[in-house]
Design a protein around this ligand. Structure first.
Ligand SMILES: Cc1cc2nc3c(=O)[nH]c(=O)nc-3n(C[C@H](O)[C@H](O)[C@H](O)COP(=O)(O)O)c2cc1C
Length: 400
């Protein structure tokens, strides 16, 4: 997969095709209007679900609405959907719901009683509470990025899970991953065709002592896009991945309701340096699964250069190298820090870990009023200057 998706200066320079944005597949899935709906705005018990994935900005570009969400997404394509099974939640019909992000409502796609989705995720008894299913829609990313879209699907998934971690932390909800023995069976029961795949499942609630039956028949099938084009290798790669199961219990503490609704990716930075505490905290952020290498480009309280575990191991001005690495995206030249995220192995799972870590950086930035942008476009082979491991993602941070 890595070899099939690397970006090289020659490959990027010789690209001749241009995207027709009129042909962008719909970023929102719509269930039929006859389905029962629950509006989430200010809903006393369910409002938190809407905050995991919510519309935060709408504008018109060339007479077409352009939507942005609380979570960032490569190319703003949003290849994720969220479903939730609710059982025994006071005042709410037990059932399987789709989160309609566009309308901020839950759409009932199947009522449940003694049967449910628990048996497909290894639970023998009824779960009182919520089972959350994140799915991936490969065509939404593949439409623009082709096979490289495979990387962005899992980085985006990490951001989505990072969003869940923030919400869970804020509302004091304990959650844990659950895994299906056979993801393809779960996909079928949830009504996913060949265009959508369950990629992570989390449980919030308590296991009751009541047994549960499998669903008698699959739920209705609705296409996640208004149209689709075949991309066999991308779909085959996504279909062959295990579900993401990581839990990062310390993440989510910077999340607030306010920052969830105002978060944006920075497109420019001002050249002011960070305060000492902010920079020190940033440089010390670490991950159990990723190799984190911050490169300080502008600072007053610390030397500029390459950092490892909070310590500057190579002083110098690396602005030119970093901007070139990141496909010569000029605005990055004014960032204070660019954090490179490497992994031991190039896997879908590691990409989601990188997305979760980056989401934490976004929340940290929003909390401290500093700008942040995930950067998924880079010349893969140039990253060996900093690590022999595969580079999965970069995050630029700077003053707004
Ligand atoms: C996986 C991923 C890769 C991204 N790569 C880039 C990038 O290379 N350059 C860039 O300027 N923004 C990049 N972004 C930021 C997106 O363009 C941005 O999230 C999207 O346009 C939506 O805007 P918003 O984050 O302000 O809601 C990336 C975001 C994600 C999640």
């Amino acid at each position: 997969m890595r070899e099939a998706t690397v970006l090289t200066p020659k490959g990027v320079a010789s690209r001749t095709t241009f995207l027709d944005w009129e042909t962008q597949p719909s970023p929102f899935k719509h269930y039929p209007s006859f389905c029962h709906r629950i509006a989430l705005e200010n809903h006393p018990t369910l409002g938190w679900i809407g905050e995991i994935r919510t519309l935060t900005h709408t504008q018109k570009i060339f007479n077409k609405p352009y939507y942005r969400l609380n979570v960032p997404s490569a190319g703003n394509l949003h290849p994720i959907e969220l479903y939730v099974q609710l059982r025994n939640v006071s005042g709410v019909l037990s059932g399987i719901y789709h989160l309609d992000t566009h309308a901020n409502s839950l759409v009932l796609i199947e009522e449940i009683a003694s049967e449910g989705l628990e048996p497909y995720v290894g639970l023998e008894n009824r779960l009182y509470g919520a089972l959350l299913f994140f799915t991936l829609v490969p065509f939404r990313s593949g439409w623009k990025y082709g096979m490289r879209g495979g990387r962005y699907l899992y980085l985006d998934l990490g951001h989505a899970v990072g969003g869940l971690m923030g919400v869970a932390h804020h509302y004091g909800k304990d959650f844990y991953p659950v895994t299906p023995q056979e993801p393809s069976v779960l996909n079928g029961r949830l009504g996913m065709g060949e265009e959508e795949y369950v990629a992570a499942v989390y449980a919030i609630g308590t296991l009751s002592d009541k047994t549960v039956q499998p669903l008698a028949s699959p739920v209705m099938r609705v296409s996640p896009c208004d149209y689709t084009l075949e991309n066999e290798p991308l779909h085959a790669w996504v279909a062959s991945q295990k579900l993401y199961t990581s839990l990062h219990p310390h993440y989510g503490k910077w999340w607030t309701k306010q920052s969830n609704s105002t978060r944006r990716s920075s497109r420019e930075f001002s050249p002011k340096a960070f305060g000492e505490t902010i920079l020190t905290t940033l440089l010390q952020m670490h991950s159990d699964t990723l190799e984190i290498i911050p490169i300080v480009l502008v600072a007053q309280t610390h030397p500029c250069g390459v950092y490892r575990a909070g310590v500057c191991c190579e002083e110098g001005n690396f602005t030119a190298e970093i901007v070139h690495l990141l496909l010569d995206q000029r605005f990055i030249a004014r960032a204070n820090v660019v954090i490179l995220l490497f992994a031991q192995n190039f896997t879908a799972h590691a990409h989601s870990d990188a997305g979760v870590f980056a989401h934490e950086l976004y929340s940290f930035g929003e909390h401290h009023g500093i700008g942040c942008s995930g950067i998924g476009a880079f010349y893969d082979e140039l990253a060996v200057q900093w690590s022999p491991r595969p580079l999965l993602y970069a995050v630029a941070l700077g003053e707004k």
